[in-house]
Design a protein around this ligand. Structure first.
Ligand SMILES: [Fe+2]
Length: 221
């Protein structure tokens, strides 16, 4: 904060262009049957994940949202996405879940930095976490900031280039699909199980992508 009482009559910080991660906890009464359904589904479609070697991970196919038994998860994702549109003051529009897949990570398994192209929102639901396997990292989306990183007195939300978000079983995260993120190696002795997903406007090409201007004669100012 700028403070030079003798020089300035006032000073304040303008905060602009924020990057959001929306975090919610699924109610226990919904979570218990949902997690059971997810684990049962994974047991049916996947390999024996208990046989994963250290450092190995497994991803399911990306159509889990279409499975009847995971309908409560799809509903929770849609409800959270609607709340995100409300927060961003975006007029309500249908969002389609375009992909939904499970991630099972053995001890030592990590997930490198990436984003989820061609979608508006992405997110993760956490089914099984434990100490040492309960974080996700979000990275500063302003690459030009890396050009100058002077030493800081202390790491704060205003000077960090990475934010580590702690999650627990039942946490539902949503974030912009363009926001780069990564997962550190699983430092627990247990499998980490999560379900990732993407959302896109259902009728993007039909109703949102056309130019916002009309043709006609214009005079330059
Ligand atoms: Fe991701």
């Amino acid at each position: 904060m700028i403070e030079r009482e003798s020089t300035f009559a006032g000073a304040h910080v303008l905060r602009m262009f924020p990057s959001f991660v929306w975090k919610a906890e699924i109610r226990p009464e919904i979570r218990a049957p949902l997690d059971a359904a997810i684990l049962k589904k994974l047991a049916a479609v996947g390999p024996d994940v208990t046989a994963l070697a250290p450092g190995e991970s497994w991803q399911s196919d990306h159509r889990l949202h279409l499975a009847d038994e995971l309908a409560p998860l799809a509903a929770a994702i849609q409800a959270a996405a609607a709340a995100v549109l409300e927060h961003l003051a975006i007029a309500p529009r249908a969002l389609a879940i375009t992909g939904c897949w499970a991630n099972v990570s053995a001890p030592g398994a990590r997930h490198g930095t990436h984003s989820h192209p061609n979608n508006f929102l992405s997110g993760v639901y956490y089914v099984q976490t434990s100490e040492g396997a309960e974080t996700i990292n979000f990275h500063d989306p302003r690459p030009q900031c890396a050009i100058m990183r002077p030493p800081v007195k202390s790491l704060t939300a205003d000077n960090a280039d990475q934010v580590v978000v702690k999650v627990e079983e039942g946490t539902l995260l949503l974030f912009p699909a363009w926001l780069m993120h990564s997962v550190d190696p699983n430092r627990s002795r247990y499998l980490r199980v999560s379900v990732s997903f993407n959302l896109m406007f259902s009728a993007y090409a039909e109703s949102m992508a056309a130019p916002l201007w009309e043709g006609g004669v214009r005079r330059s100012a």
